[in-house]
Design a protein around this ligand. Structure first.
Ligand SMILES: [Zn+2]
Length: 354
């Protein structure tokens, strides 16, 4: 009988039997290696976690004070039951990591979510040579090609200025972890004050404490006397869109910051005034260049548009196939998994970007 693969697909997710650890397990396991702190990758309840040092504060805030979390600096190796494990920057959100697993000369890299564009709020994606590359494919269709990010930020600044001139607030929906901080770091903070929903502001604090420079931001709930929100940029999670919390900004112009806004194909966000296609995932050319740089003989594709990517790679003569993920169906239609899919409180699930 053939030896089992170094990384196996199991009902609890990707598993390294030789090392006795899972990577981003879907359930509670003994030892979990975590690519990043988004809720569809960092699930609570496991006995121990291994994650990047850069993202330690965020993961702690997500998993709670009782979680047993060990960390590695990027590139620092650890031996787990004879298997060499190291974490390498994925450029997705603060602390996001690709997991490199090596045993007897065979190397696998599990990308987690990644993007190839620079982002001042996290360490840049660093391609890692391997034999097998497990890549995400959230935006794995040729139609997904991101505009220059400076163009997107110019558009956001322009819209904010227009709101200020019209005497109304500018409300932008963005995932609490990662997207919100990238927005805050990227907009022109001289246009006006930036206010945040509590779930965003809490993570802003963790980012600052982790050494990421962000302009000043304020909590909406700390300005109870404020009647006039004219000219304010307000950043809140997508889950706040339909809540009564939004009533005080009834005259606002609204926007959504997400890669899905490139096509505005998601019905849920067709009612916002503006869509800015700012994504924390690689676009089609980004995915292809990342795959190329690994030099991998075998590419396993997971999360999102896997079939078109697999077909394309096979047409190029590559060995490729899909790896099923529990969260795939949600990513096709909606940028974040439902609370049901995650079996978690909506407050946490709402801001998890797949
Ligand atoms: Zn993510």
């Amino acid at each position: 009988m053939a030896e089992p693969a170094l990384i196996e697909e199991t009902p609890a997710g990707l598993f390294c039997r030789r090392g006795g650890f899972y990577i981003d397990p879907w359930g509670k396991v003994d030892k979990a290696v975590i690519t990043h702190a988004h809720a569809d990758h960092a699930r609570p309840g496991s006995c121990s976690y291994l994650a990047s040092h850069e993202g330690r504060r965020i993961l702690r805030s997500r998993l709670g004070p009782a979680a047993v979390i060990e960390t590695l600096k990027y590139g620092e190796p650890a031996l787990i039951n004879g298997v060499r494990v190291s974490l390498h920057p994925a450029g997705h959100v603060l602390g996001s990591a690709q997991v490199r697993v090596e045993y007897q000369g065979e190397i696998w890299v599990i990308s987690g979510d990644y993007k190839t564009e620079p982002d001042p709020t996290c360490t840049a994606f660093d391609p890692v040579r391997c034999h097998t590359f497990v890549t995400e494919s959230t935006f794995g269709l040729p139609i997904y090609r991101w505009p220059q990010q400076q163009t997107i930020f110019d558009d956001i600044n322009q819209w904010w200025l227009q709101c200020r001139d019209a005497g109304i607030p500018a409300v932008i929906f963005a995932y609490s972890l990662g997207k919100a901080q990238r927005l805050i770091a990227g907009v022109n903070a001289e246009i006006g004050p930036i206010y945040c929903h509590s779930s965003v502001e809490e993570l802003n604090g963790e980012y600052r404490a982790s050494g990421v420079a962000l302009p000043p931001t304020f909590l909406v709930s700390q300005a109870p006397g404020r009647r006039n929100w004219a000219g304010v940029l307000l950043i809140c999670p997508p889950g706040a869109a339909e809540s009564s919390w939004m009533n005080r900004f009834s005259n606002a112009s609204t926007a959504m910051a997400s890669g899905w806004m490139l096509t505005r194909a998601t019905r849920r966000w067709q009612s916002v005034d503006r869509g800015f296609p700012l994504s924390d995932h690689a676009d089609w050319p980004g995915l292809l260049s990342a795959i190329e740089q690994t030099g991998a003989e075998q590419i396993l594709v997971t999360h999102g548009h896997t079939e078109p990517m697999v077909r394309y790679l096979q047409e190029q003569g590559r060995k490729a196939r899909t790896v099923v993920t529990r969260f795939a169906p949600e990513t096709q239609t909606d940028p974040h998994p439902t609370a049901d899919a995650l079996s978690m409180a909506p407050a946490v699930a709402e801001d998890s970007a797949p």
